[in-house]
Ligand binder design. Structure first.
Ligand SMILES: Nc1ncnc2c1ncn2[C@@H]1O[C@H](COP(=O)(O)OP(=O)(O)OP(=O)(O)O)[C@@H](O)[C@H]1O
Length: 282
């Protein structure tokens, strides 16, 4: 199948996939509390977080090392229970979705992936189609086409038959993104997806993700350390403070020198150049 044919499949929407429901929130939290550790040794990472994420919104999750970004994303994905409060996906409590239904609605790209077995890259990317297949069905030509298109979009079509265990860190991170694109959930949670990428790949992958948001009305929540990149693509930001308090809203309201400097415990300044905002430590 040619690239043009694959793209036609994908763009024409002839492949059944879940549609993002209008503008109702895809993700909501109410008075969410995230905690690690037990008893006296425990620590509240996030307290009383109430949030609504809608189709077309690109949220960047910001905060210093160890503040709780990963644990929060794990909680939003349903991989760990909240200490208090609730998470709702597409209006329904997380626990009320079956795992298969949930996998059609939200995707999660964790910070690191451990590959236990030698597997062709294409098979890893095809795993994104599993939630869409009924129990007794193998992946078909359409699933193959979607996986190839996703690999082309992250610039790794030439590695389709390579053993995933042999990839570099940056290549593996892009395969994780391709798997998420193949899964194609209306809501995607990404934990530092740019961490292993060089500057050019960071820019390419960010443009790709921003296009998913803007053109295809996907909702994204992504943790990221590079404030300048966050400012470039995000529509909204969620800033975590070490004391568990959070600041959430449109980028302009959250990404201020005062709020970021307080959260990171160090003066941070923004500068304008080339029509963009760049963040630097003072
Ligand atoms: N099981 C655990 N018991 C105790 N503390 C834990 C446990 N798991 C994580 N933590 C702590 O919770 C805090 C938040 O961790 P998390 O990985 O969410 O931080 P992060 O904001 O993603 O950090 P980074 O920017 O460094 O990736 C850290 O201080 C971590 O050491």
């Amino acid at each position: 199948m040619s690239l043009a044919q694959r793209l036609r499949y994908w763009l024409a929407g002839s492949v059944p996939r879940p549609q993002a429901p209008s503008l109702s929130p895809l993700l909501e939290t109410r008075d969410l509390q995230v905690r690690v550790g037990q008893g006296e040794a425990g620590r509240v990472l996030v307290r009383d977080l109430s949030l609504s994420v809608r189709p077309g919104e690109f949220w960047c999750v910001l905060g210093p090392n160890g503040v709780g970004k990963t644990q929060l994303l794990n909680t939003l994905a349903g991989a760990r229970p909240p200490a208090a409060g609730e998470v709702r996906i597409a209006g329904v409590a997380l626990a009320d979705w079956s795992l298969a239904e949930l996998a059609c609605l939200r995707g999660y790209a964790p910070q690191t992936v451990h590959d236990a077995f030698a597997t062709p890259v294409l098979d890893v990317v095809l795993q994104g189609r599993h939630p869409h297949l009924s129990r007794w069905h193998w992946e078909g030509v359409t699933d193959d086409a979607l996986a190839h298109v996703a690999l082309e979009r992250v610039g790794l079509a030439h590695l389709a038959q390579r053993d995933v265990c042999t990839l570099s860190g940056g290549e593996r991170a892009r395969v994780a993104l391709a798997t998420l694109l193949t899964q194609d959930p209306p809501l995607a949670l990404l934990d530092e997806p740019l961490a292993h990428l060089d500057l050019a790949q960071q820019a390419r992958m960010l443009i790709l993700l921003a296009t998913e948001c803007r053109v295809r009305r996907r909702a994204l929540l992504m943790s990221v350390h590079d404030l300048s990149l966050a400012q470039r693509v995000a529509t909204h930001a969620l800033l975590l403070h070490p004391d568990g308090l959070t600041l959430a809203g449109p980028v302009a309201a959250v990404m201020t020198e005062e709020a970021l400097s307080t959260a990171f415990g160090h003066p941070l300044r923004h500068h304008s150049a080339d029509g963009r905002v760049w963040w630097l430590p003072a």
